[in-house]
Design a protein around this ligand. Structure first.
Ligand SMILES: [Zn+2]
Length: 306
């Protein structure tokens, strides 16, 4: 009995020593490491959310990942994609990009951008579906590069300097892409006026009817750089911006699709953006032009938002 009490006393003293030692000698972390606290599996296939600071990524949140997408937890893949994004988009031209979300899903498009907070269009998240841009361990640089520029096309045309989030749809006298009302000097304002206003009613009657959407595209093919561009004015301008960047020069054709590309040449800022992005283009994209008219997968680049 005595021995047992003695042992208890020793154990008690030892505990105090150990706990004091820890308290005094070891720094207490400010917050527990997030890597050990993964969120449950996300219905959208989210894998990791990073905070963007210039060219640096900091892990913010992680999710448990379904078995078939485990290969996309690989941080090297996240870094490979991020390296391509930073090569095409120098940090000073994307101050609005504050988060990168990596996800993997079968029907989740290629990528998307969405405001981190709907009331603040100065901070945006870009999501990338690794299941769409990787084939095994191989990143499809052409599709990925095209998609990065497309997503940047949304950022460039929807950020706070372009769209006023405080104006409601029924108060908007220009174009309302969903986030707010396009400002007078915004790219979307003349783009909508010149190229969409005359077909807006017909477009509005499509709703969710895929057969009507296909008929609309077939009727107005000459107006669009790709079939995906006919989705809505917001997707159209992102596709046109991508072609504006990747093409070697202005369109000399008389068709509306070419006039849309040329509209960007009226904006000094757009030509500056074009020249900066073009320096980072190290992938072959010519084959994407013809393929994009028929590739059904490409019909939905941006399923989750833009
Ligand atoms: Zn899009």
């Amino acid at each position: 009995m005595m021995n047992f009490k003695k042992h208890l006393l020793f154990a008690f003293i030892a505990m105090i020593i150990v706990s004091c030692k820890k308290k005094n000698d070891e720094p207490t972390p400010v917050s527990p490491p997030t890597t050990t606290q993964k969120n449950p599996i996300s219905p959208d296939g989210d894998i990791a959310i990073y905070t963007v600071n210039g060219d640096q990524l900091t892990l913010k949140e992680e999710f448990q990942v379904a078995t078939q997408f485990k290969a996309f937890e690989d941080k090297e893949k996240h870094n490979e994609l991020w390296a391509m994004i930073t090569r095409l988009l120098p940090s000073d031209i994307r101050p609005q990009l504050t988060e990168l979300l990596i996800y993997a899903s079968d029907g989740g498009g290629f990528a998307y951008v969405a405001p981190v907070n709907d009331q603040d269009l100065s901070k945006w998240r870009m999501g990338f579906n690794l299941n769409a841009v990787y084939s095994g361990n191989q990143l499809d640089k052409s599709e990925t590069g095209y998609t990065i520029i497309h997503e940047f096309g949304h950022l460039a045309t929807l950020h706070a300097g372009q769209i006023d989030a405080s104006v409601r749809e029924n108060e908007c006298t220009s174009y309302f892409p969903g986030e707010g009302c396009s400002r007078t000097n915004a790219y979307l304002t003349p783009f909508y006026d010149k190229f969409w206003k005359d077909i807006a009613q017909e477009f509005g009657e499509i709703g969710e009817d895929q057969a009507r959407a296909d008929a609309f595209y077939n009727k107005y093919q000459h107006r669009f750089v790709t079939s995906y561009a006919a989705t809505n004015p917001g997707e159209d301008i992102a596709e046109v911006f991508t072609h504006f960047v990747l093409r070697n020069d202005q369109s000399s054709g008389t068709q509306i699709a070419g006039k849309k590309i040329n509209l960007f040449y009226d904006f000094d800022e757009a030509t500056t953006l074009r020249n900066r992005i073009k320096k980072g283009v190290d992938f072959n994209y010519a084959q994407l032009y013809s393929g994009r008219f028929t590739n059904s997968l490409r019909k939905r680049i941006c399923v989750r938002r833009h």
